[in-house]
Write a protein that binds this ligand. Structure first.
Ligand code: TRP
Length: 340
């Protein structure tokens, strides 16, 4: 379908939107798989970034922790290289249009569609005591995030692709019903994205909810901790540092080393030919620790300057709201809500 709508865009660049929930410290997996791509792509696009605190409420939160995690996520993102002075970085709940557009989208999203979301099925199985309506309508709120900014491109991990597809379907549906309201977004899994696995069980994704503390590295871990965790990384009983089927542990370490050092996997295989696993694990650990050191330092600086963080988020929300307000009022008008 032709998708010609007034897009609220000041620049000729395509718009990129992405968001992350403030669910505690970022892991090396979050950084290499997602955030670093935002950093790489931010200037190529007209980028908008959000901290999805409303989405976090779909699982039970400790209020003080949620507040703390939201500010800490802002500091982490900036420390990782998000340029919040050039690209709006804001807290989702600071721009009330998100919740408002979500309602309109919920009225245009089918029960059946939401029922088919695999994340809903997984999460309701895991939180059987709290299958709330928000958990169910979560993708409509996510669609609102995306559609408010007329995003063209939405970089997400594999687990969020289905939600972006739903946002697309709803945008297309409403464009048909109301004669072009939204830009139809596209998900993309960025090509730089490294899929980082658990250091304890390299067949699983790295996750900070892992009971084993050695399974994951946090971007704020100090050097000794990072090196220690890599030294303990599970490998295999062979002695060859090559990327090969069945060598999940070594493959993971090569992937991480390549992502962090910028060297290709074949170059690394050559560099470590004939070397032992112990030496290799130490080299990966030190390389990762050195790459994380400046992030950790910048994070500490930012957290010591709450005023700057608060002001940056307020500026981001103001810039975002300017776009969001225009989209929402257009949608309100198109669906027939009486103008004030
Ligand atoms: N649901 C996403 C996640 O948990 C975060 C998110 C919220 C998001 N709104 C978004 C991602 C809009 C991309 C676009 O990872």
């Amino acid at each position: 379908m032709e998708n010609k709508v007034e897009t609220n865009k000041e620049s000729a660049k395509k718009r990129l939107f992405s968001a992350i929930q403030p669910s505690g410290d970022l892991t090396l997996g979050n950084y290499l798989g997602a955030i670093r791509n935002w950093v790489v792509l931010q200037d190529e696009y007209d980028s908008v970034f959000s901290i999805a605190d409303l989405h976090s409420l779909t699982v039970r939160q400790e209020p003080a922790a949620l507040r703390r995690n939201t500010l800490s996520m802002a500091a982490s993102l900036i420390a990782c290289g998000i340029d919040a002075e050039r690209h709006p970085l804001f807290v989702q709940s600071h721009v009330h249009e998100h919740a408002e557009l979500a309602w309109i989208l919920e009225c245009n999203t089918m029960f059946g569609e939401l029922s088919r979301m695999t994340q809903f099925k997984d999460k309701s199985a895991r939180h059987a005591d709290n299958i709330n309506a928000g958990l169910f309508t979560y993708p409509s709120l996510m669609a609102a995030d995306i559609l408010l900014y007329n995003a063209d491109a939405v970089p997400v991990g594999e687990d969020q692709r289905q939600h972006v597809e739903l946002a697309r379907d709803v945008a297309i549906r409403m464009n048909g019903l109301y004669n072009g309201v939204f830009t139809v977004p596209e998900s993309f899994i960025p090509k730089y994205g490294a899929r980082v696995k658990s250091l304890a069980d390299p067949t699983k994704k790295m996750s900070k909810s892992d009971a084993n503390q050695n399974a994951f590295v946090l971007i704020l871990d100090d050097k000794d901790t990072v090196v220690r965790k890599f030294k303990k990384a599970v490998t295999d009983s062979e002695n060859e540092i090559v990327f090969r089927e069945g060598k999940d542990g070594i493959n993971n370490l090569l992937t991480i080393m390549s992502a962090v050092s910028g060297k290709t996997v074949p170059a690394l295989e050559k560099e470590f030919e004939g070397k032992g696993y112990g030496e290799f694990k130490l080299a990966v650990g030190e390389t990762v620790a050195d790459a994380l050191a400046p992030i950790r330092a910048r994070y500490a600086e930012l957290m010591a300057d709450k005023e700057y963080l608060t002001k940056t988020l307020a500026d981001g929300a103001e810039k975002a709201a300017y776009v969001a307000r225009r989209t929402l009022s257009k949608v309100y008008k198109k669906v027939g809500l009486l103008q004030k």
